[in-house]
Design a binder for this molecule. Sequence first.
Ligand SMILES: Cc1cc2nc3c(=O)[nH]c(=O)nc-3n(C[C@H](O)[C@H](O)[C@H](O)COP(=O)(O)OP(=O)(O)OC[C@H]3O[C@@H](n4cnc5c(N)ncnc54)[C@H](O)[C@@H]3O)c2cc1C
Length: 317
Amino acid sequence: MKTLVLVEHSEGKIKRTSVEAICYAKAMGGEVTALAIGTLDSGALAEAGKFGASKVLHAADTKLDHPIIQVVASVVMQAMLQEGCNNLVLANSPLGSPVAAKVAIRNGAAFASNVVELPNTSSGFMVRRSIYTGKAFAWVEMKSDKKVIAIKKNAAEIKETGAPVSPDPFSPTLDEKDFNTKVLSTHKAATAVSLPEANIVVSGGRGMKGPEHWGILEELAATLGAATGCSKPVSDMGWRPHHEHVGQTGVKVAPQLYVAVGISGAIQHLAGVNSSKCIVVINKDADAPFFKAADYGIVGDAFDVVPKLTQALKAAK
Ligand SMILES: Cc1cc2nc3c(=O)[nH]c(=O)nc-3n(C[C@H](O)[C@H](O)[C@H](O)COP(=O)(O)OP(=O)(O)OC[C@H]3O[C@@H](n4cnc5c(N)ncnc54)[C@H](O)[C@@H]3O)c2cc1C
C-alpha cells in the first residue's frame, strides 16, 4: 500500500493538521510520501520524515504559493501517478476537503471526509466520520482499493517515528486553464494565534457583559498561548470581530483545550467545539448546559475566577 499525504504549511512550518495526516497515513501501514506545494524551506519540509514519510516531494513553483483547488488537485494526482500511490490522506481543511473530493472523483476512489480516528481494519476498512456538524458519528466502510481520506483535527496522535528526509523536487505540468482565479492580496486577521489552527482557545460569551471586559480573557489567552473566540451573540453585538465567532454558523475548532467563559453551551455553539480534546467551562450558573459537555467545570463569577486562574498559571510558569 502506498499513500500520498498533501502537506499544508503556514508561516514556514508544516501545519499541525498535516503532521496529523502524515501520522494517520503511517498508522495505516505501507509507504508514505509527503507532498508540499509552494514556497517552503526544505529543512522545515524535511520534518515530514520524522512523522513517518519515507519520501518527501516539493512542488516549489512560486505559481503555487496561493493554492487554487483545480491546480492543487492536478498536482496531487500527478504525484500519486508518479509514486504509484493508491491512497491520499489530507487535512479536512478549506483546501484539503475540495481537493480530496476532486481527486476522489477523478481517480474513482472511495472518499471519506471528516474522519475522526484511525481506521478499523479488523473486518474491511472502516472509518468513523463526524456528521451533522459534530452531533453524531457514522461508521463507513471504504470498499475500493483506492481511498481518499480527509481527517479532522485530533484524528491521529502525533508520534515521531523516523528522521528528517531531504525533499525531492517535483515539477508537475501546470495547465494555464486551471489558474482561473487569482489571489490579489491576503490580509491576516489581527489575532496573535489563528483560531482554526489553535491548540488552545479561550472563548467568551454574553456572560462577559461587554467588550470592555475582554482584557481578562486576553490576558488568560496570552498566558496560555491561546487564540480568543466568542459566542455568536457576542460577535453579532460587535463586542468581538466576526472571525472569532465559534459554532455551527462560525468557526469550528478542535483544540487540545477549549476554555469557555460565560457561555451557556447552546447546541449551536457546541457544534463548533465538540471535537476539542478537553473542555473547561467557567459559568456562574451550575445548571448551564455547557457543564454537561465539560471535562472540567468551575461554578463561579468569571470576573473573580478568570484573574485568579491567570495569576495561578503565571505563578506555575
Ligand atoms: C440558526 C442558529 C445558529 C446559531 N449559531 C450559533 C453559533 O454558531 N455559535 C453560537 O455561539 N451561537 C449560535 N447560535 C445562538 C445560540 O443558540 C445561543 O443563543 C448562543 O450561543 C448564546 O450565547 P451565550 O452563551 O454567549 O449567551 P447566553 O445564552 O446569554 O449565556 C450567557 C451565559 O453566561 C453566564 N454568565 C452570566 N454572567 C456570568 C458571570 N459573571 N460569570 C460567569 N458566567 C456568567 C450565564 O449563566 C449564561 O450561561 C445560533 C442560533 C441559531 C438559531
